[in-house]
Design a protein around this ligand. Sequence first.
Ligand code: SAM
Length: 252
Amino acid sequence: MGVYKEPLYYEIAFSFIDAKKQVDLFERFIRKYSRIPVRRVLDIGCGPSLQLREIARRGYEAVGLDASPRMLKYLEAKAGEEGVRIETIRADMMDFRLKKKADFACAMMGTISYIRSNGEFLRHLDSVAASLRKGGLYLIEEFRLDWGSKKFFTPSTWTMKRDGIRVKTTYDYQLKDALKQTVVDFFRLDVDDHGRRGVFEDRTTTKLIFPQELVALIEHNGKFEFLGWFERDRMRKLTRANLDNITLLRRR
Ligand SMILES: C[S@@+](CC[C@H](N)C(=O)[O-])C[C@H]1O[C@@H](n2cnc3c(N)ncnc32)[C@H](O)[C@@H]1O
């Protein structure tokens, strides 16, 4: 995937993230819903993971899993620069096992959208279940719950700048096949790096898992309790579908 070979530009594109606030929220969820103490945290589809860097700073064991070697190399370099320890694992989120289980897992910023079928989602749940201790939470950010809104099929674009690098991001979803519930995700970065211009883009076919289908798949899998959908920025249950959401599961 073109965009995920460019960790620095990806990080700049999403540099509006407030990792401290996000990790504060993780800790609130843990205090309220986890049945086990948390020492080891796994970030699935971690990318440059500002969150894991914050988690490691707070003294947790931090583990980042990603399919992109360049993302992992970048994360390792950043961890080195920032003086924190982060373990990295190159693996497919549909098929992995941690040697040492985590106590808390998360998948941030829509990483879960890269699942292409219900079968893959069930394999993903099996992989997370095998790598998470019983009673531990799995927090998923940005499940595409808002598939019924106009906004969902409206392209979004924004521009961020850092250290003389300008990155314009464009996201767009196009319906591909209503019967198969597939959409084409278009993700593009237009970069101006001190006058050097570059375009990095991905077009990926993924499958929408509708909200009630998601709950049914979790029940069918049987390894997690579904604790609910929450607002992304605070520990309050969602009252209507919104892309800014957290889906919270607990390992049975
Ligand atoms: C939307 S980015 C999210 C990155 C980061 N978690 C964040 O919050 O910014 C998705 C990440 O998932 C990774 N990814 C995509 N498909 C994957 C797969 N099948 N297995 C593991 N990682 C995958 C990409 O390389 C990328 O780093």
